[in-house]
Ligand binder design. Sequence first.
Ligand SMILES: *[C@@H]1O[C@H](CO)[C@@H](O)[C@H](O)[C@H]1NC(C)=O
Ligand SMILES: *[C@@H]1O[C@H](CO)[C@@H](O)[C@H](O)[C@H]1NC(C)=O
Length: 816
Amino acid sequence: MALLACILAALALFTTPLVAANADTSAAVKEIDRATNASLLWGPYKPNLYFGVRPRIPKSLAVGLMWAKVEDYTSVQHNFRHTCEQHEGMAGYGWDAFDPRRGGRQTIHDAGNQIDISTEFVKIPGGEHGGSWAVRVKGTPRPDAPENLKTTVITYASLEGLGNVGVKDDNAEEPGYQGDVNFLGQTPELGKFVLKVTKGKGEHPGEEHPEYQKKPLDHTFVHSFQVPEQAIWQVKNVLFAHLKQNVEACVEEYGQEHMPPPEQIYTIINKPGLGSLHLVQKVFEGAFEFDVLYSSASAPKEVTSEVVTEEIKAITGDFSKRYDEVLKPQAPFDDEHYEEFSKSLFSNLVGGIGYFYGDEVVDRSYDPAYEDEDEGFWEQAAEARARNEPKLEGPYELFTSIPSRPFFPRGFLWDEGFHLLPIVDWDIDLTLQIIKSWFNLMDDDGWIAREQILGAEARSKVPAEFQVQYPHYANPPTLFFILCAFTEKLKSEVLSTDQETVAGQAGSLYLQNHAAAVQYLKDLYPLLKKHYFWFRKTQQGDIKSYDREAFSSKEGYRWRGRTPRHILTSGLDDYPRAQPPHPGELHVDLISWIGMMTRSIKDIASFLGEDDDVDEYAKYYEAIVRNIDDLHWSALHQAYCDATVDAYEESTLVCHKGYISLFPYLLGLVSSDDKLGAVLDLLADPDELWSDHGLRSLSRRDALYGTDENYWRSPVWLNINYLAVAALHGTATNATSPHAARAAALYNDLRRNLVDTVFDSWQDTGFAWEQYDPDTGKGQRTQHFTGWTSLVAKIAAMPEVKVAKWADADSRHDEL
Ligand SMILES: *[C@@H]1O[C@H](CO)[C@@H](O)[C@H](O)[C@H]1NC(C)=O
Ligand SMILES: *[C@@H]1O[C@H](CO)[C@@H](O)[C@H](O)[C@H]1NC(C)=O
């Protein structure tokens, strides 16, 4: 069916002037690149910070925010907010509304500092250099705050690379600025620009120490530092070192007993000038508001506070309208609480998109021990890892979303395909940019590092032993989800008689320009192919040595890099596998991933008219589907299982029922209705995977359920649950499937359980979580996990399916 659609699409293409339009096509592609670059140049692309703006340029201007309550001498250092951290007294934070092309609003409920900070970020197109932008920063004391709550706020601007930034109005002799502070700057990529920090609104602490150097707190203080490039990101350290000098000088002068008040001591010395790092400090009492306005000199007009007021209103209004069209929660979630929740999770997913640049640590020794070929291979591999010297390589750049701003503020390969699933509905072209960025990281062999820890700032969040990337490590190829979705949309466009409906859907330049879209896939295709064959080769399993009977003697796969406790490369870290590890193992999740990848690349090849390749992929695909049955189906356990080799060198199945047993179904590779029935039995059984809060990662009946690290051994994960929801929806709406009615009931129940579980925890705690407890439904592990947990927005937007009367929800556990 899918293949037929692809063939039709390929034929239809010959009627469009694909080949003849070459010059036009490359012009169109350039134009799309230019437009995309302009509207995506700026963003809050330092998602590791509560607020950090930078352009998608390797070395350039960056603007960030820090603040603290200054009520006493001792807690100030501890109260300074800059990088997102878990458990520092936040009652939730993040984007309530965000559109990556235009901007949005973030609210930070800083309970520890007794203040709510909002950052309203707007992009204003115009000019030659990616437009202008602005952020309005507002502080609103929380109900428990003292009436005269004192808050110190520092905006900073830093510059890496060529160019300069300096203060326009030099008043180094003055104690500070009474009005706006204007910076002028220029860089080769940004041209000339003005950066203005407005005076803003708000009261200031009045009491001054009689003798202390005159520093009226209704002034704004500016200090310019010349900081070495590699230290610029450590702006908090620069600030603290500077403040420490002040405090020590004060202690010396006045003694502990007669110190000036803390809000005065913890101010920087006004010393504006040229520099690579400029701090701009304001001290407020109670509520406050000010703007940071960046105007490209090439834009027709300078940005003003009035423009910001108008724009933020327009942007949040348009966002809501568009959200209703694209991702509006459907029944039974059609009330405003779910809508707010869904918008918040989606906005945090897209608001978490970052731009990263820097070198990364790679072990390129290609040590033979990394082949994992001998028994005891994990010990040899560990010795090799200890012996080999990883090196820095790069620098590389990456445009990507991230799993969690406080804890995983960097790119993760297999997370990214899941992240892009909700985003592809909102902005296809953005997802295509991100995919291109990932594939540009591929090395000559076809390998992409699964965790992208680019640069010192990113590395500062990761223990040294986890920084090293190994070019024999794979990770689930989820980016193919998006390429498949894109190809499907293109095909439906070609086949559609009503082109408007498709093209109008996402305002996508690629969908509106078919030839450019084809060109995008054409350019990417060689990389996809290389990656695909790298995968098959490096993760090859051994079928022949163990007398395994299978349709194909080639299609069997084994994750490399496993240890007795973990297969980190599978993404399912501690999920139970064969013990001890064996070079004869075959992993059912991996062959399923490769099956999905094969089907996707086959469809893309077919769309592009690469007919020889299509034939080749089709053969692999058939062999994979057959081998999943031959190598991984246990008639005894009525489940798909990993295979290994026992003490007698016999091939045998190892069945820890759980997520891996679902993979052939999740990725569309189940060959028969009988097996599909068995998968549904496993999925629906409350003594196995089913819980009121989503599907458990491991069967409750498994001896290892909930044991050891208990990471993937019972908790509910949203990424796998999303795949289950999508697969059930497919079965539920398949009129010829004997399991349609049952799948419909399961689909509705699972969908409801998942949305309610994530919603309830969000209401309780203010956060989305990495995973959920299958018994209590409580969110756990990483806080503010707005990566794939945000798939819940997409789940909520899926339609409820009508269930035939005779198959109500209660019958789902019955035998068929
Ligand atoms: C994007 O815009 C920046 C700033 O104008 C420029 O330096 C960069 O080369 C552009 N990139 C592309 C791919 O056009
Ligand atoms: C629907 O179910 C039938 C019966 O199992 C199967 O042959 C067919 O491929 C399914 N259709 C789709 C689109 O999955």
